[in-house]
Design a protein around this ligand. Structure first.
Ligand SMILES: [Zn+2]
Length: 194
């Protein structure tokens, strides 16, 4: 955030779509940063009712807030069930249940001042309800698991084929965690889709 010119103290609300590690591991660092600053305002944390209290408690225990009093800070936790809507004076987030191994949501964020709408898929598996949630949004942020077959590959001459969908950019990463292993990728000959 600093690199982009934002002070983390500007964050007033955290919204967790769900509490998998790659979504909350930065929480302790943020809480520590806030505790070291004299002018940190209140922080609200919204997330799934089952996992949110656990994750916040563990983040505080990691900071040993019971031993180090300056690290203690008031946090307002707002449990949000999938399907419920959260809002404050500026933003509204409607949700639907994401198809994921833990309680999780897809969301539709509306900026009440500008009217801008951003829908985000979260970590859902293919989910027919997402189309309805995102309909009419200005932007859809979609976590995709895309393989090379989406692009298509021609062997002779070797080149990727033009995209035939509306995906503007794709980031690839190779999953090495033992959570849900990918099937083995096909060889180059298996990539051609014409
Ligand atoms: Zn996840």
């Amino acid at each position: 955030m600093n690199a982009l010119g934002y002070d983390p103290l500007q964050v007033r609300t955290l919204f967790f779509t769900h509490c998998h590690h790659d979504h909350y591991l930065g929480l302790s660092a943020l809480l520590f940063y806030r505790a070291m600053k004299p002018n940190a305002g209140p922080l609200t944390i919204v997330g799934p009712p089952d996992d949110l209290p656990v994750v916040v408690r563990l983040a505080q225990e990691f900071l040993q807030t019971d031993r180090f009093e300056p690290l203690q800070q008031h946090l307002e936790l707002i449990p949000l069930e999938p399907g419920e809507t959260w809002q404050d004076e500026r933003y509204q987030i409607q949700t639907i249940r994401a198809l994921h191994p833990v309680t999780a949501v897809c969301g539709r964020l509306t900026d009440k001042h500008s009217g801008a709408v951003i829908a985000f898929s979260g970590d859902t598996a293919p989910n027919a309800e997402l189309a309805g949630l995102a309909r009419g949004a200005d932007m859809l942020i979609h976590d995709l698991r895309v393989t090379m077959q989406t692009l298509g590959w021609r062997k002779n001459p070797q080149r990727y084929l033009p995209l035939q969908d509306d995906i503007s950019s794709v980031a690839y990463w190779y999953q090495t965690l033992p959570t849900t292993p990918f099937p083995e990728l096909p060889n180059a000959d298996g990539l051609e889709i014409i």
